[in-house]
Design a protein around this ligand. Structure first.
Ligand SMILES: Cc1cc2nc3c(=O)[nH]c(=O)nc-3n(C[C@H](O)[C@H](O)[C@H](O)COP(=O)(O)O)c2cc1C
Length: 333
């Protein structure tokens, strides 16, 4: 029996569910061609950051305008920190569309309502088939409530959805008090998909130099567990297309994410570590698993380990919690 790997994600019919996620993997056309050769059906571009565009504009007008907010510009001292300027980014979307069959998913991280919309429209015009809104935010103002911040995010999503024709997915952090409630709000705002999750990058401290250290560590499969939990909880209760992002290193990681309810599985760290050909290893491993376990398709396997099987998901989570704590049988010396 030959198993079918096809999946639908964000209105796109994809030959398989493995997507190179938002990262530098899309920056260079040779890498993109290798990812396509290895079987990737689509690619998520890295995010356009609104600060990046603002800085580009400031740099262009430096000689005209001395009223640049010094706090803003010192927090982002150099436009070089951003790998692709907006024009280069749009050009790269066009180039990928022209040179490959890959569907391109653009990604945006804005700060002002106008910014999100402007970049969404430009990336759509350049040929993206869908957009990912990267809602990366770490709240630090005690005067602002969760409700207020969430309402703002939902307005952003709604405004972008109204401004473009292509499907819009939202990439979230896992830190919401009631993620299912927020996800319902995203559905009402018109989102098409959900990407779980953004990693919340945490700077370390150099205690001697008194500096913060911003080092990016690639993930391991351990990070998948958080995704599995939330895919399993959300997939029976949302109509959004779900994508896992975080900790997909092996074909079995991919299998688990699909069993928990994912329509697509994004990989970044494993591709940066092993190279573009790792896409082929993930696809082949997924196919072998389906065939060995006698699943006819990815669709047949999707969600077979989600919480739809549990009459009381809250009690199930609590029981998981207690079981896992009680399962430790190591020696305390
Ligand atoms: C070098 C690098 C750059 C990244 N850039 C972005 C980005 O621009 N936008 C975004 O939403 N996520 C970005 N990410 C996060 C990844 O898309 C992904 O969510 C995260 O790495 C977890 O997936 P993984 O375990 O497969 O690496 C980046 C990750 C890495 C390693």
């Amino acid at each position: 029996m030959t198993a079918s790997l096809t999946t639908n994600y964000l209105g796109l019919e994809l030959a398989n569910p493995i997507l190179p996620g938002a990262s530098p993997l899309g920056d260079d056309i040779d890498t993109v061609l290798k990812l396509e050769d290895a079987g990737a059906p689509a690619i998520v571009m890295r995010s356009v950051f609104e600060e990046q565009i603002a800085l580009e504009q400031m740099a262009a007008h430096k000689h005209l305008d001395s009223h640049v907010d010094p706090e803003f510009s010192s927090a982002f001292p150099d436009t070089d920190v951003f790998a692709l300027g907006l024009d280069d980014y749009l050009e790269q979307v066009r180039r990928i569309r022209a040179r490959t069959q890959l569907k391109v998913i653009g990604s945006i991280n804005g700060i002002t309502p106008g910014g999100w919309i402007e970049y969404a429209k430009k990336i759509e015009q350049a040929g993206a088939s869908a957009l990912e809104l990267n809602l990366y935010a770490v709240p630090s103002d005690p005067k602002r409530s969760a409700q207020e911040l969430e309402a703002e995010q939902l307005v952003t999503v709604r405004d972008v959805v109204r401004a473009v024709k292509v499907p819009v997915a939202v990439k979230l952090s896992p830190y919401y008090s009631s993620l299912p409630h927020f996800v319902r709000g995203l559905e009402e705002a018109g989102a098409f998909g959900l990407v779980m999750f953004n990693r919340v990058y945490q700077a370390d401290i150099d205690p001697v130099k008194l500096e913060s250290q911003r080092t990016l560590h690639l993930s391991t499969s351990d990070e998948l567990l958080l995704r599995l939990r939330w895919l399993a909880i959300l997939s029976p209760q949302t109509k959004l297309d779900l994508s896992a992002s975080g900790g997909a290193h092996t074909a079995i990681d991919v299998v688990k994410a699909i069993m928990a309810g994912a329509h697509a599985v994004q990989a970044v760290s494993s591709l940066l570590r092993n190279g573009p050909s790792h896409v082929r290893a993930l696809i082949d491993g997924l196919k072998t698993f389906l065939e060995t376990q006698e699943f006819a398709s990815v669709g047949e396997m999707r969600g077979n380990m989600n919480r739809a099987r549990s009459p009381n998901p809250q009690a199930y989570e609590r029981s998981d919690y207690i079981h896992i704590l009680q399962s430790w049988h190591g020696n305390v010396s």
